[in-house]
Ligand binder design. Structure first.
Ligand SMILES: CCCCCCCC/C=C\C=C\CC(=O)SCCNC(=O)CCNC(=O)[C@H](O)C(C)(C)COP(=O)(O)OP(=O)(O)OC[C@H]1O[C@@H](n2cnc3c(N)ncnc32)[C@H](O)[C@@H]1OP(=O)(O)O
Length: 725
């Protein structure tokens, strides 16, 4: 017997079991049609006198990825989840969830309403709603806390982590884990309990186990969550909902869960986080200005890769490659550096393996001092020092040594990828791979294509990035690519604010309250002030500190602040020297302390240059730093360096600490209102006419003139704008 009409298929199997299969590829999300299907099919199974038990599973080996996120923000119709799950729990016939693939969010909540849960060993379970700015509001906070206790529930619900089937068994979320077909196991099991009372299996009737140090536990968790949430409201609401589970009867707890969800559901933060979810997936569908794009560009197979240069970046890249299971040839010409690198790479692999309970991939790597060792690899990532002449020399050696067709990638954060390619006999095989430090940890990868890079080369680098667990974004070649290019106006404004009267503490506090993990000055101290100094010297911006007054702060026709250069001249390079914008107890120590020396230095500097300090508030800090950065984002879109606002937002959220609950800089701009951003940029540009970064971009003006369309429609305006250039 079979009914295929709805998005939940009903079949009778083994004579007496009603099998309900969710059908909504690819993840069987609980759309209105699926929910209606479940309601109808459960009713049918329960009213069929022949049916003794019910099994719920998902099509194509995937239980359920939760509510259909695309429905949020629309006029949601169809049966609500809570009564649907309550009806399953109340059923007088056993209902068993057969979990294969994922049981996430509403999917796990559905399973928690069932009387038993049987999971395949490869299944993953979790309540990731918090990552979407929500909480599990189909009874998830109330049932999970009752089932596995408050501390474990808090951990899962406030972080949104996915657990393996084995972990779920240990926690008590599932009753059984199998390596066999979970649906078949569930069908057999359901018959074995048919006819029994399900009273003891209804989680909503369980008392919530209370830890003895209840108040202290919640206080501690709340403090930790508030600190790590950086202004996000969902994690805090999750703690409040679990507290309700621990202190209130089930029905009252459910009311509290709904109340908290109502606030989150319509919040800007939830919109921002859901935008990030889809943006992260959209960047995989890359396209180049030439029209080449992901669907039509086939990646080359990569079985063996090489890394050239085993400094900090090269080591991290080697680890990330080995962890994908690829064979890696790691080349370092300096013997001492090679020995140190070997040890460091092994240590990183062993620690990573221990964390994930897998074997370290030490035997995937072979080390060499000789570049000839890369002759047979399919792809090379060069990670030598950031110097064009050195990189060109290495690339020339690689072209001579590598087999034909080897893809040559350069790990660079600033150099001109196209210039490097132009020196090679096969420029189409050259792309940039801008990793972020530490390369085996940071999620972001900018894949930089030049006008000569072949679509196949870009496809290969993008696919390799994905295999390495990175969120890879394809971007065009320009100075600083996307991320660092937008950082320039941000940093510049921060320096100017110090000249005008702010302190590093004030600027950092404003940015940290906005949600960045670190303000711009603490971040610069961590990265090292000498990096920017070297770039400014190369750009001939650094001059001896002789003159004073306004003219001394003009370089190449624009306002310039030499503050960073002056600090570097004093040997203040940040954390590593124990002094920078802050002071540290000793070189390498991490706790930034206010530095009276720095404050006197700023007072003297302003006096010498005739700058009268004024009071600067957080709003001005945010507007000057963030709107200048956003303005550069519009220029990047205008220039076709990023294909759309999602690419920029993903880069900033995954690589630069932009708070996810604010959706990335371009999404944030759309929330603030483009007309307001334009008005404030015009205001600051009038006050600082010698700062080109404050000159509003033409695209921003065009968007405002087009009535500020929603962000998903910007691409149309950009396309039209570019076609008219
Ligand atoms: C006023 C008060 C009102 C209160 C109303 C309350 C109403 C709501 C009630 C309950 C709410 C429940 C909350 C939830 O359940 S929220 C959803 C929770 N689930 C998740 O967060 C899971 C999200 N998905 C994933 O993590 C992954 O997709 C995963 C399932 C692990 C599969 O990963 P992978 O195999 O790598 O595939 P992709 O991520 O690329 O996804 C493939 C495509 O599927 C789309 N997708 C995935 N999940 C969903 C989903 N839940 N809804 C809609 N679409 C989804 C994804 O975008 C990909 O699409 P595309 O190929 O077009 O990019």
């Amino acid at each position: 017997m079979c009914d295929k009409g709805s998005m939940a298929q009903y079949t009778r199997v083994s004579g007496f079991v009603g099998l309900i299969t969710l059908q909504n590829p690819p993840v069987n999300a609980l759309s209105a049609a699926v929910r209606q299907g479940i309601v109808d099919m459960v009713e049918r199974a329960l009213s069929d006198p022949i049916v003794k038990s019910v099994v719920i599973c998902g099509q194509n080996g995937n239980f359920c990825g939760g509510a259909d996120i695309k429905e949020f923000g629309t006029n949601m119709s169809g049966p609500p989840l809570v009564p649907m799950i309550d009806a399953i729990e109340a059923a007088n016939k056993p209902v068993v969830a057969a979990i294969e693939g994922s049981a996430l969010g509403g999917g796990l909540e559905l399973a928690l309403g069932c009387h038993y849960r049987i999971a395949h060993s490869k299944a993953r379970l979790g309540l990731p709603e918090v990552t979407l700015g929500l909480l599990p509001a189909a009874g998830g906070t109330q049932r999970l806390s009752r089932l596995i206790g408050v501390p474990a529930a808090l951990n899962l619900i406030t972080t949104g982590i996915h657990v393996t089937a084995a972990q779920a068994l240990q926690l008590g979320i599932v009753d059984q884990v199998t390596d066999h077909n979970a649906v078949e196991v569930a069908v057999t099991f359901s018959l074995s309990v048919a006819g029994q009372s399900m009273d003891a299996r209804r989680i909503s009737t369980y008392p919530c186990p209370l830890p003895s140090d209840f108040d202290a536990l919640f206080e501690g968790v709340m403090q930790k969550v508030r600190q790590s949430a950086r202004g996000a409201i969902a994690p805090v609401a999750c703690v409040q909902a679990v507290r309700a589970a621990a202190t209130l009867p089930y029905t009252k707890g459910m009311e509290r869960e709904q109340e908290l969800m109502a606030t989150l559901f319509t919040s800007g933060q939830a919109r921002a986080q859901q935008y990030c979810f889809f943006a992260q997936r959209a960047v995989g569908r890359w396209r180049m200005p030439s029209g080449a794009r992901w669907e039509t560009s086939k990646p080359m197979p990569v079985h063996k890769a090489a890394v050239i240069g085993l400094g900090t970046m090269g080591r991290g890249i080697t680890v990330a490659l080995a962890q994908t299971g690829l064979s890696v040839v790691a080349v370092e010409t300096q013997e001492k550096q090679l020995m140190e690198a070997k040890q460091a790479v092994s240590g990183m692999l062993e620690r990573g393996a221990k964390r994930h309970g897998v074997a370290p991939m030490l035997d995937r790597i072979s080390y060499s001092q000789n570049i000839q060792a890369v002759a047979e690899v399919d792809l090379v990532i060069e990670a030598v020092f950031e110097d064009m002449a050195l990189k060109t020399e290495v690339f020339q050696q690689l072209s001579a040594v590598c087999k034909p067709g080897t893809l040559l990638c350069t790990n660079t954060s600033a150099l001109d990828v196209d210039k490097l390619a132009s020196e090679m006999p096969n420029p189409e095989l050259v792309v940039g791979m801008h990793f972020f430090a530490p390369a085996h940890v940071m999620k972001l990868l900018e894949v930089v294509y030049g006008p000569r890079s072949s679509p196949q080369a870009v496809a290969t680098a993008m696919q390799l990035g994905k295999k390495m667990g990175k969120v890879s974004v394809a971007v065009g070649n320009c100075r600083g690519f996307v991320g660092n290019r937008m950082l320039m106006p941000y940093l510049q404004q921060a320096f100017f604010l110090l000249e005008e009267g702010a302190t590093p503490e004030l600027v950092d506090r404003a940015l940290e309250e906005f949600g960045f993990p670190m303000g711009v000055f603490r971040m610069s101290d961590l990265s090292g002030l000498d990096i920017g100094w070297r770039v400014r010297k190369r750009d001939e911006l650094v001059e001896p500190d002789m003159a004073s007054g306004q003219s001394a702060r003009i370089r190449q026709g624009s306002r310039y602040s030499p503050l960073g250069d002056l600090l570097c001249e004093q040997g203040r390079f940040g954390q590593k020297t124990g002094q920078g914008w802050y002071r540290y107890d000793k070189p390498g120590s991490r706790v930034a302390r206010s530095d009276p020396w720095l404050h006197s230095f700023l007072v003297e500097y302003r006096a010498r240059h005739g700058l009268v300090p004024r009071s600067i508030d957080h709003q001005e800090v945010l507007e000057r730093c963030l709107y200048a950065l956003i303005n550069e984002g519009f220029r990047i879109l205008e220039d076709g360096i990023a294909a759309g606002p999602e690419d920029i937002d993903v880069i900033y959220v995954f690589g630069y600490g932009w708070p996810r609950h604010r959706g990335g800089p371009m999404f944030y701009a759309s929330m603030v209102g483009l007309a307001k951003i334009l008005e404030r940029l015009e205001h600051y540009q009038q006050a600082h006419p010698d700062v080109p970064y404050l000159q509003p971009s033409s695209l921003l003006r065009r968007l405002v003139a087009s009535d500020s369309p929603p962000i998903h429609r910007w691409r149309e305006v950009i396309k039209k704008y570019q076609s008219q250039l």
